[in-house]
Ligand binder design. Structure first.
Ligand code: GLP
Length: 267
């Protein structure tokens, strides 16, 4: 894992948008894995500007989102379909035949999860996966305890996750209890991964991710053995990580603070 430290949310968003733009520039027929939540909103905003400015070729691009709430139709204002339409797909005029999310309102969500997993495989897998991180370490909607061998599946959301996401819903009780999410193994199959973290709220999760061992109780730690993971985190999100030290969270990885480069090197 490599960690790029940035000043704030805006810089995180700009750096992440550069990664996305670079990926598409070098491979216009890329398959991108996309995330939702407050964290990537700025990235999408910045990416839209860059894509327009640099006239990035987007017609061959395919996107797969990480997850969707059970029971919410694509038209539901709190669905991740709606979020993606508003924040990325409509502004860039990406068509529905190149942008995929699990269907939360499918009659049989287990079957839908298997179909979605197969569709990702049929497209040759994900080139670049964008991730946020939950305060409890979840990625996508893979909650603590999810098997590292999991594929796209239906997940029960933890009360803390429902609470954290309640800010987008009218009432706390409206947050669905389950969601369809790519599994940990699905995410780990991505050729490269960017994980974004911003703000004080994420500092304990980032500390655990960087400093602790790989365990299923902390889903994001699965990433520690992936060969191409970049964490882009701002000063607040990195503020709990011990600096200027070499630590050995696992035999296979070392962390070194390189203050001049504003970058952590791990491994
Ligand atoms: C949700 C999403 C995750 C996201 C997380 C953090 O649970 N399923 O993909 O990373 O929230 O959200 P935020 O970026 O709003 O803190």
């Amino acid at each position: 894992m490599r960690v790029i430290q940035v000043k704030d949310y805006q810089e995180m968003s700009d750096v992440a948008a550069d990664f996305l733009a670079g990926q598409i520039f070098h491979k216009p027929h890329s398959v991108l894995g996309l995330a939702t939540g407050g964290t990537p909103e700025g990235t999408y905003k910045s990416f839209i500007q860059k894509a327009r400015h640099k006239e990035l070729p987007l017609s061959e691009l395919t996107t797969f989102n990480l997850d969707e709430y059970e029971g919410l139709s694509p038209e539901h204002p709190n669905s991740y379909h709606m979020y993606m339409n508003e924040h990325l797909f409509q502004p860039l005029e990406l068509s529905s035949t190149q942008t995929y999310l699990p269907k939360g309102d499918a009659e049989n969500v287990e079957k839908e999860a298997r179909r979605y997993e197969q569709m990702i495989q049929d497209h040759g897998g994900i080139d670049l996966q964008l991730l946020g991180i939950g305060e409890n370490g979840h990625i996508g909607f893979n909650e603590p305890g999810t098997s590292f061998t999991s594929r796209t599946h239906v997940e029960h959301l933890k009360p803390t996750t429902r609470e954290a996401n309640a800010r987008y819903f009218e009432k706390k009780e409206d947050v669905p209890e389950r969601a369809i999410t790519m599994g940990i193994a699905t995410i780990m199959d991505s050729r490269s991964i960017i994980l974004l973290a911003s703000g004080d709220r994420k500092k304990q999760a980032v500390k655990k991710l960087v400093e602790e061992v790989r365990k299923e109780e902390f889903p994001a730690s699965s990433l520690k053995i992936h060969p191409y993971v970049t964490i882009i985190a701002d000063e607040a999100a990195l503020s709990a990580v011990s600096t200027n030290t070499w630590t050995e969270p696992e035999n296979e990885s070392l962390i070194r603070w390189t203050a001049d480069k504003k970058e952590w090197e791990i491994g």
